[in-house]
Design a protein around this ligand. Structure first.
Ligand code: WT7
Length: 633
């Protein structure tokens, strides 16, 4: 019997119990019945969190694109696989059928091959949300190359860091990107980045905005003439289940971004299974996730999960506010979207607008609403539920991470009763634990602690590219024999989980993970700056915004000018998303005797909550706290 599609709460509990009692049997049945393998596994799972080493479906062979494309051709050749909705509503949507997707992906795969890309090579993909992005990602998977998609909002130096870290020899980009009424010069950013990436030999350029750009002879090639003349057949590279499928960078609390490495087999099985259940996808439904493919949400739930299920998945190039704040709802009506998955920050931004932007459209096709990326506040939840779901589309508040590859804690719609702000129950195969400060598991309900996962699941990232030690240190050293998520959580009387937020130095701004260290390092590069500390503070739309405390070398400098320069530097080095909303210049920072900045205190000051600043007795310089409070901007 397959446990692939859970339809009610009783079934969820049965399936969950089985997944915990006999995890190998559970996942083996799913893998066996629902996917195409060239060779069966010798062993379902072997794992050791102390090394850490995790292997699923060992020695099995597959190609994920055969599962996502080829095997649907017999029955769904003409069904839309990807429904591309352009930035401008005056441009027609593009219905890319499974048949066309097959041809486009194979052509792209042949182009990559012709440029010397081989199995195991890393390919940097720096593209906007246009069909070529989907084709390129899948083409890499077709030939066993490891894609490293870099979100097209990142700056030149962020792109360069990622290219160098994973040693990409080829970059796929476009002449530019549309973003609402604006355009972005992507190729210019790539040119700038490549000044510090001597290893890159080839740049393939898709045409989107048709501007004049610089093409470096011998390095840069227009994509279209190459793909048009390429064959639409490309035999899939047969991959081991544990071969890397992709690298995706995520911010850490310290140091450079971490290139999380995801596997081929386990990742496929888990994203397909969770897509089916968390969105209750049925044949013929139209599913839309508004994320960018530059993030894990787009990898797992725009491309791989939906395509592995033969679904129709919408890919939207634009932004929610263009040409006006009704754009999302216009698209829902136009394509009769059944499942809609977005971020709390988008909901909060749209909830601020006039309801007429919603009421103009017929949203009755919606059956399931989802959120991801950060805790959703109660007000936003109700606005979403009342106005978008008309109180009859369950909201799935899905908790997961770049590292987890797929959704971990989430309601199953029409099965799990939902409560605002609760991600509710673990999905089958997921064994959460709450830990106390001393590393001991906290049993029972109505408790709060650090969220860990005690048992491996198929889509857990296997390592950090080039730095297995950091993988161990970051995720497997805080608690014995458990994966540490970096989040805090509460478990209520019914066993429901509520994620309370990061417990490390990662700040989530508009759903984007930002590490404090890289931003502070950037600020400290400014010649006038001696030292800095960044904390988050609550923001109506972004969830959190960034507040910088900066010590100057020269206190006489023009402060408004400095604020601009600091943000300019951050924009260039990290990306505009990491700009500071507030910059306070100060004479000192609260530090412990070991020299560590006590961010807890800065967080309180930044959040305007100075009534109870807590214990400052362990500080080296307690007097500095009062002076920072006096200077608050
Ligand atoms: C962090 C991971 C997973 C795709 C997008 C973000 C926070 C994520 C929720 C949620 C509360 C959430 C956590 C997590 N987060 N979903 N439903 N409720 N917090 O991936 O960039 O790797 O960020 O996002 O803090 O650790 P990511």
């Amino acid at each position: 019997m397959s446990n692939y599609h859970i339809k009610n709460l009783k079934e969820y509990f049965n399936v969950y119990e089985k997944s915990v009692k006999e995890p190998e049997v559970f996942w083996e049945e799913i893998a066996e019945e629902h996917f195409l393998w060239h060779k069966r596994w010798d062993n379902v799972l072997s794992w050791d969190f102390t090394k850490p080493e995790i292997k699923w479906f060992e020695n099995a062979q597959l190609n994920i694109t055969e599962n996502c494309i080829d095997r649907h051709l017999r029955t769904k050749k003409d069904q839309t696989a990807i429904l591309f909705e352009p930035n401008s509503p005056s441009e027609d949507a593009l219905h890319i059928s499974y048949g066309v997707l097959h041809d486009k992906v194979n052509q792209m795969a042949n182009v990559l091959k012709s440029k010397g890309v081989k199995k195991g090579d890393r390919v940097c993909v720096y593209l906007p949300m246009i069909p070529e992005l989907a084709y390129t990602v899948l083409a890499c998977a077709r030939i066993g190359a490891v894609h490293s998609v870099v979100f097209a909002g990142f700056s030149a130096s962020a792109v360069a860091t990622r290219i160098v870290d994973s040693d990409c020899k080829i970059v796929v980009t476009s002449d530019g990107a549309n973003r609402g009424a604006k355009t972005i010069d992507l190729k210019g950013i790539v040119d700038e980045a490549l000044k510090s990436c001597p290893g890159v030999e080839t740049v393939l350029v898709a045409k989107r905005i048709h501007t004049e750009i610089h093409m470096q002879s011998g390095r840069d090639y227009w994509l279209a003439p190459l793909t048009e003349s390429a064959s639409t057949e490309c035999a899939p590279e047969i991959m081991d289940a544990e071969d890397p499928l992709f690298i995706l960078y995520t911010s850490g609390s310290t140091g450079k971004p971490k290139g999380m490495v995801h596997s081929s087999g386990g990742y496929m099985v888990y994203t397909a299974f969770t897509f089916k259940n968390v969105f209750q996808y049925r044949e013929g439904d139209v599913y839309w996730c508004t994320a960018d493919i530059g993030w894990i949400t787009g990898h797992s739930y725009i491309l791989y999960g939906p395509l592995a299920n033969g679904a129709t998945t919408v890919m939207f190039e634009g932004i929610p506010s263009y040409p006006d704040c009704g754009r999302f709802w216009e698209i829902v009506e136009k394509h009769k979207v059944n499942q809609f998955y977005t971020a709390p920050t988008a909901i909060r931004a749209l909830a601020k607008e006039d309801l007429k932007f919603v009421e103009k459209y017929d949203l009755s096709s919606l059956k399931v609403l989802g959120t991801v990326g950060e805790p959703i506040n109660e007000e936003a939840w109700h606005w979403y539920n009342d106005n978008i779901g008309n109180k009859n589309s369950p909201i799935v508040d899905t908790w997961w991470q770049t590292e987890t590859g797929g959704i971990m804690i989430s309601p199953i719609p029409y099965a799990t009763p939902t409560i605002p702000t609760f991600a509710t129950l673990p999905l089958p195969g997921i064994q959460p634990a709450l830990m106390d400060e001393n590393g001991k598991e906290i049993a029972g309900n109505q408790v709060e602690g650090r969220l860990c996962i005690k048992f491996p699941w198929p889509s857990i990232a296997r390592t950090i590219w080039g730095n297995h030690q950091r993988y161990q240190d970051t995720y497997f050293s805080a608690f014995k024999n458990a994966y540490f998520t970096g989040d805090g959580a509460r478990r209520d009387a019914a066993g429901y989980y509520r994620i309370t937020g990061r417990v490390d130095d990662v700040i989530i701004v508009s759903g984007h993970n930002l590490g404090t260290a890289p931003i502070e390092d950037t600020i400290n590069e400014h010649p006038a700056v001696a030292e800095s500390a960044i904390v988050g503070f609550p923001h109506d739309i972004k969830g959190n915004a960034l507040y910088g405390f900066v010590i100057l070398k020269d206190t006489g400098a023009d402060r408004d000018q400095l604020r601009k320069e600091i943000n300019q530097l951050i924009s260039e080095h990290v990306g505009p998303i990491a700009k500071l909303d507030k910059v306070q210049f100060t004479d000192g920072l609260p530090k412990t005797r070991s020299g560590k900045i006590m961010r807890r205190i800065l967080r309180k000051i930044a959040g305007g909550d100075t009534s109870n600043i807590g214990d400052t007795s362990t500080l080296l310089n307690p007097e500095v706290v009062q002076s920072i409070m006096d200077e608050v901007i």
